[in-house]
Design a protein. Sequence first.
Length: 202
Amino acid sequence: MSMWVPEHFESLAPSWPAELVDAHPFALLVTVSNRAPLATHVPVIIEPEDRRRADEGLEGGRILGHLARENSHWRDTEEGSEALLAIGGPNAYVSAAAYSDLPAAPTWNYLAVHASGPIRWIHEPEDMMRIIDLTIDRTEANEGTRWDREPSRPYFERILHGIVGFEIAVEHSKGTFKLSQDQPPHRREEVVSNAEARGCGH
């Protein structure tokens, strides 16, 4: 599984894909069973043991996540089969009205990372709790909260049987960072000005 990325939209730094996953830890998990695609939206994190190396690229590292046990996706996906994570970052429509000259066409600017590799399903309570704790660490850090999870630990333990964890050993990764690089400088400035005028924080 791979994503087509024009050369001018490729990452300018090897750390960009990992930084996008950190900042937007929500992905579409895609696998294939009996020639039919299966897809589930899931929270994800880079395995902390692999985080430093991820700044040189996601390949060779691991990404963790979890989904509801009632979701048949995990039962229908063979252990070790190829899985794809599609992680979306900020995105925004670019109206042709943003440009001061013609001809022009509207487009969409966006950031996205695809990572794929064999999937391993995780059922051990200790390992699943670790995934939950690591996910909370990342997401609460992104929110800037100081939430203390420990009073809720007994609740976590009660509902833990309702999830299945997974680990994907990333063998292939590709990122696209489409930010109007194919446009001349004056148009890129106009895109930024238009986004700011519309209150687009991306």
